[in-house]
Design a protein around this ligand. Structure first.
Ligand code: PRX
Length: 634
């Protein structure tokens, strides 16, 4: 039996895990890939289907605008669905879905492909063409992956907005992407309540003028406002002949250039509004399929559950595209992990025989609070591998996950990556010795370094900035409509190297330890928020003249938000106003962004050039030394 690990101790996998692993000697594979990155990725690409192969694997003639699999023709849906229909995978379950209210739906690969075809035809009937953007704002229901795949199939570019986001977040994303079609729902269930997404969408649409058609999935069946000539019910369109308009009721898969955009996904950065990260059909599919196969050691017999939301990159890469490309069976659950009791997740693991569970430290910490008896009531023996993502995992959470959920049998695969990277970048594989809290080493074909301010690699054990030094196939291809910002934000601090925005250490054994963001991004429950977004939401309230937001450590959520607000002249600070301001942020951005604390102040610490010194606010809030204040304005 494997021993209970202690922080910083090595945890070795058992023989059986090594024997069944795709990768048996990780260091050797990493070393081999490092000698010829291009050849490594080319070999992986050959494992997928292409309508036409590439003439060049990597084009780096216009750095940092790298291109992968140049000249190749493909479509990610061809690999995720179409090709399986000619194999026995056709009849295998692609998706098992459980609603929070107990509803159950399952889709074989054949059935999923059929639904995707139909919805693709519906989109076409609305005039959606190759290259058009479609915004998808749905709860965690099967129509979310169906809509994404339908867009990809016809070459449209999906822009999924997380269902937990609210009016302004949705409005900003619709407007920036200039979507003409919005796919949404009457609502979804969360903690036993029906959340009316359509009402939020209606409000966002009043602010955004580009949308011509809204497709509404009926989930809660509650009455919602339907605007004549604009809003249509999904089920009604799917029942009409237009959904079977293609040859034999199918919809041909559009032949795409490997570098054609697949999706936009908005994420928070250092300044301003969230920006749209661009991912493409060709390199992205190679990156996600390879990493999922190796790091989670995915096999046809697995029942895999990534408990994230498809609206985030984790869901895009590892609920929708990755598992389908590998022909896996995925679980999807609509609601809260604690509804109606804190054992809902463990019940799902037992009920469906889940073998791989992938979640975030915040969820583990949240469930840990309820004690282990909830988990112990269930048979979790089908689990063989546990994954984590989104923020550093603290040793207590690691050990609890490992001991209580994994019964000290399952390796914990701590995957470090980002919306921008598209795929796992630093991760162990199951055959590799683990250290609790470390993602171990960069994936084969990935070169990472930790640098000091001058750009020199720091010594072992010292903190520095994490960079990626060579291109990788699933890398972002830029920021939508803003190529300059792409170069400036990611490639200019250390010219030629990709800046992650994280600080990290490398220990004596070459293991990477992520410390956290070093920019103005705050990770709340693993969700990425920008101080700028929160501040602009606060300032949009009529009582506010200036605002500053900072991240503060939080036991369960990792970080929470503290906001400092200067009121406009004539406004009085009252407890009601403080409460209203916090609610206002939740209404504009989403409940995840709601500040834990709003403090009304008369001034904010600023540099002489007028920049808010958030570092100082944070030090003060934590009661820590203020550090260098020489730039502080008197
Ligand atoms: O700070 C790192 C943290 O999440 C950031 C990326 O956030 P996002 O683009 O929303 O993608 C999250 C899911 C891939 C990173 O810059 N992060 C992600 N994974 C880990 C992590 N921090 C520590 N350990 C991880 N495994």
């Amino acid at each position: 039996m494997a021993e209970e690990p202690k922080p910083n101790d090595l945890w070795y996998p058992d023989k059986q895990t090594v024997r069944r692993s795709h990768v048996k000697d990780y260091d050797a594979l990493r070393a081999r890939a490092a000698t010829d990155l291009v050849a490594f990725w080319e070999e992986r690409a050959k494992e997928l289907k292409w309508f036409k192969r590439w003439t060049k694997v990597l084009d780096d003639s216009n750095k940092p605008f790298f291109k992968w699999f140049v000249g190749a023709k493909t479509n990610i849906v061809h690999n995720a669905l179409d090709r399986h229909l000619a194999t026995p995978t056709r009849n295998k379950l692609a998706l098992i879905w459980e609603g929070e209210n107990g509803d159950l739906r399952t889709f074989s690969y054949f059935a999923l492909a059929r639904e995707v075809c139909r919805f693709a035809n519906v989109l076409k009937s609305m005039g959606v063409n190759k290259g058009d953007r479609v915004t998808i704002y749905l709860p965690r229901i099967p129509e979310l992956p169906i809509a994404m795949l339908a867009c990809a199939k016809i070459g449209a570019v999906h822009s999924v907005v997380y269902g937990g986001f609210s009016v302004e977040s949705l409005h900003g994303r619709i407007e920036d992407s200039e979507s003409r079609v919005l796919v949404t729902a009457d609502g979804g269930y969360m903690r036993g309540k029906a959340i009316n997404l359509k009402a939020i969408a209606d409000e966002a649409l009043q602010r955004a003028g580009t949308v011509e058609h809204v497709i509404v999935v009926r989930r809660t069946k509650e009455k919602v406002n339907m605007e004549v000539g604009r809003d249509y019910y999904y089920d009604e369109l799917m029942a009409l002949p237009m959904s079977r308009a293609g040859t034999n009721g199918r919809c041909p898969t559009e032949v795409m250039d490997a570098e054609d955009p697949l999706f936009l996904l908005y994420t928070s950065g250092t300044t301003g509004r969230p920006k749209a990260i661009i991912h493409t059909h060709g390199g992205y599919q190679v990156g996600v399929a390879t990493t999922l196969k190796y790091a989670f050691d995915m096999k046809p017999e697995d029942r895999y559950w990534c408990a994230a939301d498809p609206g985030w990159i984790t869901g895009h890469s590892y609920i929708v595209y990755g598992p389908l490309i590998l022909g896996a069976t995925s679980m999807m659950y609509e609601g809260a992990p604690t509804y109606p009791y804190p054992d809902r997740w463990w019940r799902i693991v037992e009920n469906y025989g889940i073998s791989i569970l992938y979640t975030a430290p915040t969820a583990i910490r949240g469930l840990m609070r309820f004690g282990e008896s909830w988990a112990n009531r269930h048979d979790l023996s089908t689990l063989r591998l546990l994954g984590t993502v989104g923020e550093p995992i603290n040793p207590e959470a690691w050990r609890w996950y490992h001991r209580v959920i994994g019964k000290a049998r399952c390796p914990i695969i701590d995957t470090w990556w980002q919306t921008e990277t598209g795929m796992f970048m630093i991760t162990p594989v199951p055959s590799f010795p683990l250290k609790p809290g470390s993602g171990t080493k960069p994936f084969p074909g990935i070169q990472a370094e930790v640098l000091d301010e001058e750009g020199n690699p720091v010594k072992a054990g010292e903190e520095g900035k994490l960079v990626i030094t060579t291109p990788w196939p699933a890398m972002l291809r830029g920021i939508y409509k803003d190529p300059e910002r792409y170069v400036q934000q990611y490639w200019s601090t250390y010219p030629g190297k990709y800046l992650t925005g994280d600080s990290a250490k490398i220990d004596e054994d070459g293991y990477f330890w992520i410390i956290g963001r070093v920019d103005d991004v705050i990770k709340v429950s693993g969700y990425r928020l920008g101080t700028a977004e929160i501040e602009s939401a606060l300032v949009s309230h009529p009582a506010v003249s200036e605002a500053a937001a900072i991240g503060m450590p939080h036991e369960v959520r990792g970080n929470c938000i503290y906001a400092y607000v200067i009121l406009r002249a004539g406004q009085t600070a009252t407890p009601q106003l403080v409460d209203e301001l916090a609610q206002h942020v939740a209404r504009e951005i989403g409940p995840i962004a709601k500040p834990e604390k709003v403090e009304i102040v008369t001034s904010l610490p600023k540099t002489r050039s007028g920049k808010i010194m958030r570092r100082l606010l944070k030090a003060r809030a934590q009661g820590l030394p203020e550090g260098d204040v020489s730039t502080l304005e008197e």
